[in-house]
Design a protein around this ligand. Structure first.
Ligand SMILES: [Zn+2]
Ligand SMILES: [Zn+2]
Ligand SMILES: [Zn+2]
Length: 711
């Protein structure tokens, strides 16, 4: 803005402004510059100018504000019960943007012509809807439609809503269009319909998210902490994983539930009729979330949804709900998407344009422009054909949106990853391969602004190692550009490779054989694995931490076959009694497994004790806790030793295993007690959903050192 006046008036203005910001304003930085007097006397908003690389912030989608909610419930208001009510403080943003600047003409609202009343609000600087780009009312804005088989329209407007509620009450599953795509909704208290939804989505066990009417209803079933409440009611309206179970049909495997509050007027209207609705992504298996009417009608044809509650405001960027959990009072993302994307994170003062393609699982990608890292919405598992197409499309859309071309592309070292192959196919753009676990740790460095060397503990399921073996329980001394592996978990063969991830019993047999534990499970299982091991057929060695949790779960009879990623680990954690403080044994062996003599953290002894106690009938709750405690204590002891040897004081924890709250809290507690500083991911998930940020950070650091050149 340009302001003019006497010096005192100006300094008063600049002092006051930051204290009187609108609800959604965030001050990233203030730069002032003196210009010659213009002699203007009025307040004027000048039309945005286009052209050049875009540096303005892209706004994330915002949950409905109190003022709009008030209008929604006020029979006298012209927006009474209008499901697309929004204002400058709330409503869709990122999901409707075609290009920048963020003006109505560049959004999917361009097809709706503002009526005279809406236009007046839009043009009035004193109105709450001044330049509210998605501004709409029943006269001029989007409309609801209820679609049945074949896409035929069953009802429109208020009648569509009424009819949808009636169907939900009768136990139907309805695809409901939200901000970033379709949800599948059903009554959360009707176990039969929840069971049907699981069958249709082929998702028998994984927890489903539930939308509860308001905080009063939340309080009826859960006891959220003040931090959890703050997250629930925040404008991002993420799914917050709360302790407690609404119904076993919703969370069969765990003792917690993903809970969120209504975030669009349509949700508020639906939830007037229900205390709680299951609201899960409208897709099948690993497909991306349904975006438009055609995809929603496919959900009907596939027999997944019984009806579709649609509207005519197009979704331009699909965006799943964000999921987070509060651990020790801090936000831990499990999935960062709607409500947070596309807010950037500053990782440097300036930079070339870098694209980081992320991981193949839980894919997100990252674009760094002028030192700002934009991490994309959740894309998903690239092995699924339609998800890979979404990945390619969305990269193109983001490049268009930010009006940039990458000068450098970062990717995982795994040569077989689709995300790596995509990077290598970008003609003329130098590619930087980044080791998986280094990327995990570099991401935490970027989030906390750390430059000096750190000790990283990266624990996950699978990551391609520099020696081409499968890593996953790694101790690294790292800075942003380079790392050195300084320790790792003991290695076990992974019998059957990928299949061992889906079938945790395989890992259990392998560990029993190596540790001399008598196998008490089915003989066929033992023989299958013994055969593979004897022939050394498809048994890559792995130092994966994730696989140890799988094996422990299988040995305790909690999970023989994983129906979804990390099911064994999730059930094992859910089974643990956090009150149990004793632990099993581990050993730290000196350089016996690899050339170079790296210390090896070995949990063989823990497995021997675990099986012995299970056979003695010790409760699973106690066994599981003692196993978790051993892993945390082993990591803390080795980390403390390495930190002292290497003279580092910052310990960075990342990788999917840190979604396990018991491991995270036990390990950080132990490290802090030893006087070390502990850092987790805060702005992106610890799982592979945050990997792209670390890849971008490493590529940038190598470019800064002159080790790589830009296109
Ligand atoms: Zn509003
Ligand atoms: Zn209107
Ligand atoms: Zn990983």
């Amino acid at each position: 803005m340009e302001v003019e006046g006497p010096r005192e008036a100006l300094s008063h203005f600049f002092a006051t402004l930051p204290r009187r910001l609108p609800r959604q304003a965030v001050v990233a930085e203030v730069v002032t510059e003196e210009i010659s007097l213009q002699g203007t006397a009025t307040f004027e908003v000048v039309a945005s100018q286009t052209g050049g690389a875009v540096t303005v912030q892209l706004p994330p989608d915002l949950g409905t504000c109190e003022a709009c909610l008030g209008e929604l419930c006020d029979p006298e208001n012209r927006r009474y019960r209008y499901p697309f009510t929004n204002c400058v403080d709330c409503g869709p943003r990122f999901t409707i943007i075609r290009e920048l600047p963020y003006d109505r003409a560049n959004t999917s609202m361009d097809r709706f012509r503002l009526c005279a009343d809406c236009a007046r609000e839009y043009d009035d600087p004193g109105d709450r809807r001044f330049h509210a780009e998605p501004n709409a009312c029943p006269k001029c804005g989007p409309r609801l439609r209820l679609l049945g088989q074949g896409g035929c329209c069953l009802a429109e407007g208020e009648a569509a809503l009424h009819e949808a509620c009636a169907l939900l009450r009768q136990g139907a599953i309805i695809a409901v269009k939200g901000l970033g795509g379709y949800h599948l909704a059903c009554d959360a208290f009707d176990a039969a319909v929840v069971g049907r939804l699981r069958e249709r989505k082929q998702r028998p066990h994984k927890t489903l998210a539930v939308m509860l009417r308001d905080l009063t209803v939340v309080g009826r079933y859960f006891q959220p902490s003040p931090e959890e409440i703050a997250e629930l009611v925040s404008t991002a309206r993420p799914i917050v994983v709360l302790d407690g179970v609404l119904s076993p049909a919703v969370s069969p495997d765990t003792r917690d539930t993903g809970v969120f509050l209504p975030y669009t007027p349509l949700h508020h209207l639906l939830l007037e009729e229900f205390e709680a609705l299951v609201m899960t992504s409208g897709n099948r298996l690993e497909e991306p979330i349904a975006q438009d009417e055609n995809q929603a009608i496919r959900l009907l044809e596939q027999g997944i949804a019984d009806a579709v509650l649609a509207h005519d405001r197009p979704v331009l960027h699909r965006c799943d709900d964000s999921v987070l959990r509060v651990v020790e009072g801090r936000r831990h993302f499990l999935r960062r998407s709607r409500g947070f994307v596309p807010a950037p994170l500053r990782i440097a003062d300036d930079s070339p344009v870098i694209l980081a393609t992320g991981s193949d699982l839980k894919n997100t990608f990252c674009l760094v422009v002028g030192g700002l890292a934009y991490v994309s919405q959740h894309i998903g598992d690239l092995a699924e054909h339609s998800t890979y197409a979404f990945f390619e499309e969305e990269i193109d859309r983001w490049l268009e949106l930010l009006r940039v071309t990458p000068a450098l592309v970062a990717h995982d070292l795994h040569p077989g990853y689709l995300s790596s192959r995509y990077a290598s196919r970008l003609d003329g753009i130098p590619a930087v391969g980044v080791q998986h676990h280094h990327a995990h740790i570099a991401g935490v460095m970027a989030e906390h602004g750390l430059m000096r060397p750190v000790l990283g503990i990266a624990l996950d399921g699978t990551g391609y190692g520099e020696d081409e073996s499968v890593w996953g329980g790694e101790f690294l001394v790292a800075d942003r550009a380079t790392f050195e592996r300084v320790g790792h978990f003991g290695r076990y063969p992974l019998p059957g490779g990928e299949r061992a991830i889906e079938e945790p019993w395989r890992m259990a047999v392998a560990i029993c054989r190596l540790e001399g534990i008598e196998w008490a499970g089915p003989v066929e299982q033992y023989e299958a694995v013994a055969g593979l091991l004897a022939a050394d057929l498809n048994c890559p060695l792995t130092s994966s931490a994730g696989r140890l949790f799988d094996a422990a779960a299988a040995l305790l009879g909690l999970c023989d076959r994983a129906g979804y990623e990390a099911q064994g680990a999730i059930r094992l954690e859910a089974a643990a009694d956090p009150g149990v403080r004793r632990r099993y044994s581990y050993t730290i062996r000196e350089g016996t497994q690899l050339p170079g003599g790296l210390p090896v953290l070995d949990f063989g002894p823990a497995f021997v004790e675990l099986v012995a106690e299970a056979r003695r009938g010790v409760p699973v709750a106690e066994i599981s806790a003692a196993f978790h405690n051993a892993v945390a204590a082993g990591c803390a002891e080795l980390a403390a030793r390495l930190a002292e040897e290497r003279e580092v004081t910052d310990i960075l924890l990342s990788g999917g295993v840190f979604q396990n709250r018991l491991i995270s809290t036990r390990l950080s507690e132990d490290l802090r007690n030893r006087g070390l500083s502990v850092h987790f991911n805060i702005a992106v998930p610890a799982n592979d959903g945050g990997l792209c940020l670390g890849q971008a950070t490493v590529a940038l650091a190598r470019w800064e050192r002159g080790e790589v050149r830009c296109a």
